[in-house]
Ligand binder design. Structure first.
Ligand code: ADP
Ligand code: MG
Length: 213
């Protein structure tokens, strides 16, 4: 499977749709342990990406990822704006001069997740988006090392993303705005983990229907 930026408008559309369908639930999550603006921040970024998505198709992967990252940084706001922006800008740097097959995508995604960890000074287990991004990145690398077939990889990554999102429920937030509530964050899923999982699920569903028959 060799992906080109031609697929980006469909991926952005799928991400925007799944966030729209779950907007109320996500707002409730961020209201419980944050300030309630996460979905509004993210939707502002996704609308900006939808507007520029026709331009993305003609770019190389590194230019497209760079543009996506900068747009998210410049439009979203909130902690999540700089973190999602960092994810794509770092992916862009590693994608420079490369075509993206699954193995190269995994390298690129790993670099993106590492940059988010650095930017947020956070690790797994701190009740953030990283509790979805880190396990998905690790599972992708392991599945590729094990030479698993693509349909199995996609199913596994979706399952891992959902588990990661669910795992934030019992965690105590130690980073970001939610950390002010410390123990009182227990029992609530993290909003950024939820949106990360939903967008990963939407992307996987689209890739599965496009590349797996
Ligand atoms: P804000 O917290 O500034 O209101 P958002 O509501 O848009 O920003 O985003 C909050 C989400 O950002 C959290 O649910 C969490 O997943 C993520 N987040 C916050 N701080 C960090 C961090 N240091 N590292 C990783 N993710 C973080
Ligand atoms: Mg917020």
């Amino acid at each position: 499977m060799l992906l080109t930026p031609e697929i980006l408008p469909a991926l952005i559309e799928a991400a925007a749709n799944i966030i729209e369908q779950n907007a109320e639930e996500i707002t409730a999550l961020d209201q419980a342990i944050g300030d309630g603006d996460h979905v509004i921040n993210l939707q502002r970024g996704l609308v900006a990406l939808q507007k520029q998505s026709p331009e993305l198709t003609a770019l190389t992967w590194d230019a497209a990822l760079q543009k996506i990252g900068m747009t998210l940084m410049n439009t979203m706001g909130g902690a999540s704006g700089s973190l999602f922006g960092t994810l794509f800008v770092a992916m862009s740097k590693t994608a420079k001069g490369k075509e993206l097959d699954l193995k190269t995508f995994a390298e690129v995604f790993t670099a993106g997740v590492e940059a988010v960890k650095k930017r947020g000074k956070a690790e797994a287990g701190e009740k953030t988006m990283l509790d979805v991004l880190i396990p998905v990145e690790k599972a992708l690398q392991k599945n590729i090392a094990d030479s698993k077939p693509l349909p199995e990889i996609l199913d596994d990554l979706n399952e891992i993303a959902i588990q990661g999102m669910e795992s934030t429920r019992d965690m105590i937030a130690t980073k970001g705005r939610a950390s002010f509530m410390a123990e009182r964050t227990q029992g609530h899923i993290d909003a950024g983990a939820k949106t990360s999982q939903l967008m990963i699920t939407a992307i996987i569903t689209l890739l599965a229907s496009t590349y797996v028959v």
